[in-house]
Design a protein around this ligand. Sequence first.
Ligand code: DC
Length: 231
Amino acid sequence: MRKIIIAIDGYSACGKSTTAREVARELGYRYIDSGAMYRAVTLYFLDKHVALTNPKEVERALQDIKISFVVNSKGISQTFLNGRNVEKEIRKMKISENVSPVSAIRAVRVAMVEQQRRMGKDRGVVMDGRDIGTVVFPGAELKIFLTADMLVRAFRRQKELLEKGDLVDIDTIVANLKQRDSIDSNREESPLRKADDAEGIDTTHITIDEQVDEVIRLAVARMILQPGKQV
Ligand code: DC
């Protein structure tokens, strides 16, 4: 069967990463978490006190940033920033609170999109994010747009954080998700929106397994039916 690109976009905490990771595992595809890349940039900017309003500083910092993904012995993709495993650090609330303004900067997006396209050039990838179906791979054979009710998203995110030892109250999480939804959807550069040809899946009342099964079903149909497209 031909290799395709699967783009999974949607709001924060709708199950994008979990779905994308599992779909990639089942299909033997590469999983790329584009949000992790923006998180890694945010970590770097915070550590180096990069002034977001200073384009020169931002450009200079971007030239010093190298992001890569390495699959560990448990088969889980780990994010590396300049050779250092930052997977744990980038999931912290501190990064979530600062990532949206960083990812709204045009120079940051240009640098990340270039890397993302390179990672997907051989196809056979599942990439999740906000602009994968609209900007990064507008020719992706399968585009998915995930949504879910706010409280369900907040409780899922709280559980995820707790599993990593970060206890955050639900109001703080709701406030963060709302703020990120607003910045991600209203920014000038590549705002979050559903591509016209994306399949919408509301994950409020379905399990991860059901989400994964649905995406695999759609993917297999695309692999059989569609000739490869240029992206
Ligand atoms: O998927 P996530 O919550 O880890 O993403 C973190 C942030 O990165 C999110 O608030 C918006 C930004 N992002 C983006 O602008 N474009 C992407 N393709 C992926 C993430």
